[in-house]
Design a protein around this ligand. Structure first.
Ligand code: NAD
Length: 261
């Protein structure tokens, strides 16, 4: 039996992944209290794809760059598990990535490690990105032994590396906080507002009339439900007594284990 979770705080829980995280934590038995911390409320969701009753989920408006807002929400929600999935979307300026992904992540960790929360917050799962090891060159059969590139491709990737390092370096601190990082690649599935809508927009504007390269490039996309499931498993494993193989570690999340030659 996996360790029961009494209260989970899903930071960024109004987002694409966040809504699927809510959905999977909702299906757990026993069901934990489920709280969302986000700068915006959750969207209206189709019952075709999500099984939770929105009335059972508590939304807390807050900004991860504001320690007072975090403190107040941690006090009310008393989470034993925090899932940190908040990030600005792709295509924003460098400053906002550093403010949210680096300063905001540091603030979450700093507040979670304040003595007041030692007896409450046991585990933090960070949504990192497979792009943390991307340097612009082809990566085939990459795994967790791959190093971060010396120069990141862009500010998003750079700040996801720094966010991951902040969360993993908090492992074992305070009263023995457990942390890990999950690295999904491009997400697809119900509720996606970036990948497929972006492709359709290109199609509608005839942007597919030309081709760059030989059309043989590979890219790893991961189904959103599998990524959410990985977060649930990571949270349960961190709460388990035997966490030596998860705590302090980062894991790529993919649909399968394809091997390309
Ligand atoms: P999303 O934009 O749908 O969700 C992110 C949520 O974070 C939003 O609801 C947003 O309001 C919230 N947020 C942003 N700044 C905040 C702040 N300062 N305080 C509180 N909340 C804030 O994004 P998503 O596609 O669901 O991505 C979720 C996570 O997965 C992110 O960490 C992202 O880096 C990571 N990721 C996404 C992809 C992808 O293809 N979408 C791939 C790999 C990793």
């Amino acid at each position: 039996m996996p360790a029961p979770i009494s209260s989970v705080l899903i930071i960024g829980g109004s987002g694409f992944l966040g809504c699927h995280l809510v959905d999977l934590f909702y299906k757990l038995t026993p069901r934990p209290e489920i709280h969302i911390l986000d700068i915006r409320p959750p969207p209206a969701l189709s019952p075709n794809f999500y099984s939770f009753n929105p009335d059972d989920i508590s939304f807390h408006k807050g900004d991860i760059t504001d320690p007072d807002s975090l403190r107040a929400i941690f006090r009310v929600t008393k989470p034993d598990v925090i899932i940190h999935s908040a990030s600005p979307v792709h295509g924003m300026g460098k400053d906002i990535y550093f403010k949210v992904n680096v300063d905001g992540t540091q603030t979450i960790v700093d507040v979670a490690l304040e003595q007041e929360f030692w007896s409450t917050i046991k585990a933090v799962v960070y949504t990192s990105s497979a792009s943390v090891i991307y340097d612009g060159s082809d990566l085939k059969n990459a795994d967790e032994t791959f190093e971060f590139p010396e120069v990141a491709m862009d500010a998003y990737n750079e700040t996801k590396v720094l966010g991951e390092q902040i969360v993993l370096s908090a492992n074992g601190k305070g009263a023995g906080l457990k942390t890990c990082a999950l690295r999904p690649s491009g997400l697809f599935g119900p509720g996606d507002r970036q990948l497929v809508p972006g492709m359709l927009a290109v199609l509608k504007t005839n942007g597919t009339l030309f081709q760059l390269g030989d059309n043989m490039n590979l890219f790893d996309f991961t189904y959103i439900g599998n990524v959410a499931h990985a977060h649930v498993l990571a949270a349960q494993k961190l709460l388990d007594g035997d966490v030596s193989d998860v705590a302090g570690e980062a894991f790529f999340i993919t649909n399968d284990a394809p091997v390309y030659f």
